[in-house]
Design a protein around this ligand. Structure first.
Ligand SMILES: Cc1cc2nc3c(=O)[nH]c(=O)nc-3n(C[C@H](O)[C@H](O)[C@H](O)COP(=O)(O)OP(=O)(O)OC[C@H]3O[C@@H](n4cnc5c(N)ncnc54)[C@H](O)[C@@H]3O)c2cc1C
Length: 407
């Protein structure tokens, strides 16, 4: 019962190709328009695909190539910068059917989802940066920076946290919020660390936060979150060289116990830093034949480990709503009603984690004292309790009809 036949999908990251696959399953033809000339790179960035993200890919029949590109990560150990073990926590929840969370290079996940979409006959056009949209007579027309145009029944903005579609839907939409942290990451071979594969080690250092995990082939994947109260300009990092970052990180982690300083020193590829932004609450997700999903609508901080998983959930549920509800207006409204409470709850939880990572001085001492006391309770509460099941055990059944009363 769909009144929508064709869709323009703007953005070929994670939500875009996933949405195109869900639309195809719902009987809607779409083309994905991606600004970059080739599938996205991203030195040093990797991410976790939580069990709910794996389940959402499974609903599209697209789980296997994605998880094959990464490795299972099930646990995390938390340390203070003085070397004190603060506790252990599940990374994600292992479901009853054995589904676990995975860690993947961001580019690997992009490629896996992109390839799946292309193998199903979905067209992905690169070098198409959306600059304007016009709607008239039941047709939505997208204009791209290269001077070309495309038309369809609906337009789905999957163009990430710095979305161009978002301000077209709502010119008063808030800008992404700066989370007070800078993120960097890297990969190192040949450095011995006291850790086995599948476990993240997270160090709440004296001045900054450091995390690492060992891949099954022995490569160590690391990231650093550096507190920076003043929001840097988005482009300002481009002029900061790898040598300068290495020196700055050496100063930040030099006094901490653990392998942070050694791993950073041994990293031979270029380091690229990015300020961490979130999109906590966007008042309007859709207008007329246009909607935003994924990071364009609701970006949690990377601390949540949920941005990619939520983007894939969005894609599946939007496909269902468009399949089952009469016309895009009803489908978009139902989609937003179903999604908003879940994504906003997760964004709030992640913001609390960020404030722990940015803790300095007295706040850091209190955090380190409280963590061992609070953690066992927290772990039981999140990983095994109702909140954990609600977060990680979330499952979208493709075959049941969409209704605006789920969750
Ligand atoms: C450092 C870092 C670490 C992260 N760690 C995690 C993690 O551990 N777990 C997790 O789940 N998530 C993590 N995330 C978040 C995750 O990467 C995002 O939530 C996820 O990629 C969102 O998918 P998306 O498709 O909505 O947006 P994106 O993946 O950002 O894709 C948007 C796409 O749109 C394209 N685009 C942009 N503008 C235009 C335009 N005008 N026209 C056409 N195309 C356009 C972009 O080039 C891009 O390909 C992390 C993010 C960062 C930055």
């Amino acid at each position: 019962m769909t009144h929508t036949h064709t869709a323009l999908v703007v953005g070929g990251g994670i939500a875009g190709p996933a949405a195109a696959m869900a639309l195809q399953m719902a009987g809607i033809d779409s083309v994905v328009y991606e600004a970059h000339a080739a599938p996205a790179e991203g030195i040093g960035t990797f991410l976790t695909l939580a069990t709910n993200g794996v389940a959402a890919l499974r609903a599209l029949g697209a789980e296997e190539p994605a998880v094959a590109a990464g490795f299972a990560t099930t646990a995390s150990v938390l340390w203070s910068g003085t070397g004190k073990r603060l506790g252990a926590a599940a990374m994600s929840m292992t479901l009853e059917d054995g589904t676990t969370g995975y860690t993947l290079k961001r580019a690997g996940l992009y490629q896996a989802i992109h390839d799946q979409a292309v193998s199903r006959g979905i067209r992905v056009e690169h070098g198409k940066r959306l600059v304007a949209v016009e709607t008239a007579g039941g047709v939505v027309r997208a204009r791209f920076a290269d001077g070309t145009e495309a038309a369809g029944d609906i337009l789905i903005g999957c163009d990430g946290i710095y979305s161009a579609v978002r301000p077209i839907i709502d010119p008063g939409a808030p800008a992404p919020a700066y989370a007070g942290l800078i993120n960097l990451g890297g990969y190192v071979r040949g450095v011995r660390v006291d850790a086995g594969p599948g476990t993240y080690h997270m160090i709440f250092g004296k001045r900054a936060f450091f995390g690492y995990a060992v891949a099954p082939d022995g490569e160590v994947w690391w990231f650093a979150n550096v507190p920076e109260p003043h929001e840097p300009d988005r482009g300002s990092f481009a002029s900061i060289g790898t040598g300068q970052w290495r020196q700055r990180l050496a100063g930040l982690f030099g006094e901490d116990a653990g392998p942070a300083a050694r791993l950073i020193q041994a990293t031979s590829h270029d380091l690229a830093a990015s300020p961490v932004h979130t999109m906590p609450r966007l008042p309007t997700w859709h207008a007329g034949p246009m909607i935003v999903i994924g990071d364009a609508a609701h970006a949690p901080s990377p601390s949540s480990g949920q941005g990619a998983s939520l983007a894939i959930e969005d894609a599946v549920l939007l496909g269902k709503c468009l399949r089952d509800l009469p016309g895009p207006d009803r489908a978009f409204a139902a989609f937003e009603q179903l999604r908003r409470p879940r994504v906003e709850r997760i964004i709030k939880q992640a913001a609390r984690v960020n404030s722990n990572k940015a803790a300095t001085g007295a706040a850091r001492i209190i955090r380190d004292m409280m963590m061992p006391v609070m953690l066992p309770f927290f772990v039981r509460f999140i990983a095994n309790g109702k909140p954990g099941r609600r977060l990680y055990g979330y499952h979208i059944d493709w075959d049941t009809p969409a209704s605006p009363i789920q969750e």
